[in-house]
Design a protein around this ligand. Structure first.
Ligand code: MSP
Length: 503
């Protein structure tokens, strides 16, 4: 047992959440649930990023006060996460007092350590990114991400001496080759660092919506500088939570915010005199017909609507199964329905109904125990071990692939031996007992994903999931299903859906 601190980015409250945001959340939630399951002390943090120009402009455009606006939109994120069964331990809003206190303390440490100076910023800014761009970054004078006009700015700003941390950053990457996952993202960050770093502007005077700098209140902190510090605020910067969780920190972020998390943030930590984060996990984008899903792109899918139609479990399963962490992946309703119908309804759901049905009809409802006489338990163990290792290595797509292989083993044995046609109770029991064991193991392995259905599978085979909470490693030993309990034919877990029905 150890500590596991996992964070998501904190989301801008300029608009409502879409499925791209949900993708980060579902990944983080599944990792958090897996680690709770194996007995780790987990702290799962998410929240909202509420300062900066973009949020202030959105409130203005709606003729609302920024506070009214941020309250409303922060709640929309909370509502979406509730609908998707996201079980975070803390939800931080950057407008909270505790955050202001931590930010001012962190900035003061940087200032006192001599890493901040006053200068003049001349250059371009993209409000959608809340990021500064040099002439080289701009594409035809437009933001390289949003293809929107950049705002020309000239302001007296405080700067953070990022350039002074180049060597220390390279050393950090060299010392811990696994600090950024996956590897190709690590290389991307490292080559950016090796290419030379410029100091960054960390304050604004043209904007008042932000946290004032402790040594010069005419300036408010640049939104990214304030936002990154949330990871420390929430665990209690300088307190017991920090001592306990910081060295176990895992930041899950999208590929568009690598520069902030893999370059700035570790350097900011070094400048403040604390250790850089333990790991940054970088995921790709959810695309729609090849384009990034985004509210501004008009292709944002509402996670609340989707969960309403297919259920949170199906949305979670589809996103984790289809999109390995790191790569971009296309979203489509057809693919979601296909996964739902094939993996969930036909494979897992069908296995459960067949097995419980035959126990009910041929064995008087009394569940037989697992023996390993029908299925090769050594092979089962290999799949289970690979799946457990994949969970601990952030490979949820691989976990779910192993799960499907297990289900297929059991379904194939049922097809081949057709226990519903047999008469000998021992023979029937041997087949069903092993299939029940597969269902038990599968339910544990998918419980971080199918959070509503996994306990139902457990209950349907006469077990209680709460009895194994935080002891997944022991419960995943193969062959533990004892049988003896009375079970009934299970109600269908995943009624078939939509277009893909005909396939
Ligand atoms: N507020 C900053 C993060 C500060 S963290 C200290 C921010 N917010 S955001 O709302 O614009 O994006 C939050 C996260 O959502 C990012 O990791 C981003 O990559 C992710 N996604 C936004 N659209 C996405 C997709 N279409 N697909 C996957 N993730 C996407 O950046």
């Amino acid at each position: 047992m150890t500590e596991f601190f996992i964070t998501t980015p904190i989301y801008y409250v300029n608009d409502v959440p879409h499925l791209g945001h949900a993708y980060s959340m579902i990944n983080a939630d599944a990792f958090a649930r897996w680690h709770r399951g194996i007995g780790d002390e987990v702290f799962f943090l998410t929240g909202t990023d509420e300062h900066g120009q973009k949020v202030a402009d959105s409130a203005d455009a709606a003729s609302m006060s920024v506070t009214e606006w941020t309250d409303l939109y922060a709640q929309r994120f909370k509502d979406a996460w509730e609908k998707l069964d996201i079980a975070y331990d803390d939800f931080i809003r950057t407008t909270e007092k505790r955050h202001e206190v931590a930010v001012r303390k962190f900035l003061q440490a940087l200032y006192d350590n001599g890493h901040i100076y006053l200068g003049t910023y001349t250059g371009s800014y993209c409000v959608s990114c809340e990021a500064y761009y040099s002439a080289n970054d701009a594409v035809d004078g437009l933001c390289p991400v949003h293809r929107r006009p950049l705002i020309e700015m000239e302001e007296e700003n405080y700067f953070f001496r990022l350039s002074a941390f180049q060597d220390q950053l390279v050393k950090w990457y060299d010392d811990d080759p696994t600090a950024v996952f996956p590897d190709f993202r690590r290389n991307e960050a490292l080559s950016f660092i090796r290419g030379g770093l410029e100091d960054v502007s960390i304050s604004r005077t043209s904007l008042s919506w932000g946290i004032p700098l402790p040594w010069d209140e005419r300036h408010v902190c640049y939104v990214w500088f304030d936002a990154l510090i949330n990871y420390l605020t929430a665990i209690g910067y300088d307190g017991a939570g920090y001592e306990r969780f910081w060295e176990h920190s895992h930041h899950l972020v999208g590929k568009d915010i690598i520069r902030f998390h893999c370059v700035w943030w570790p350097a900011m930590c070094m400048a403040a005199g604390i250790a850089p984060p333990q790991k940054v996990l970088v995921h790709g984008w959810l695309l729609v017909k090849g384009e990034k899903m985004a509210k501004s792109g008009g292709n944002g899918v509402d996670p609340i609507d989707l969960a309403g139609i297919y259920g949170a479990d199906a949305v979670r399963y589809y996103l984790l199964r289809e999109h390995a962490l790191g790569a971009d992946g296309d979203f489509s309703i057809e693919a979601l329905e296909h996964r739902y119908n094939v993996d969930l309804a036909n494979n897992i759901g069908n296995l459960l109904s067949r097995v419980t049905n035959v126990v009910d009809k041929s064995l008087g409802g009394v569940a037989p125990r697992a023996t390993g006489n029908v299925l090769d338990f050594a092979e089962v163990k290999e799949h289970v071990d690979r799946a457990s290792r994949a969970w601990s290595a952030f490979g949820s797509a691989q976990v779910l692939e192993e799960v499907q292989l297990l289900v297929r083993m059991a379904n194939a044995a049922l097809e081949e031996r057709a226990p519903w046609k047999l008469r000998d109770a021992n023979e029937i029991g041997a087949i069903l007992g092993d299939a029940l064991e597969i269902l038990r193991l599968v339910a544990i392995l998918v419980s971080p994903v199918l959070v509503e259905s996994a306990p139902k599978i457990f209950a349907a085979i006469g077990l209680e999931m709460s009895a194994i909470s935080s002891s997944y490693s022991q419960a995943l030993e193969v062959g533990l299903y004892q049988g003896g309990m009375t079970i009934a034919k299970a109600a269908p877990l995943f009624p078939r859906k939509g277009q893909a029905r005909a396939r």
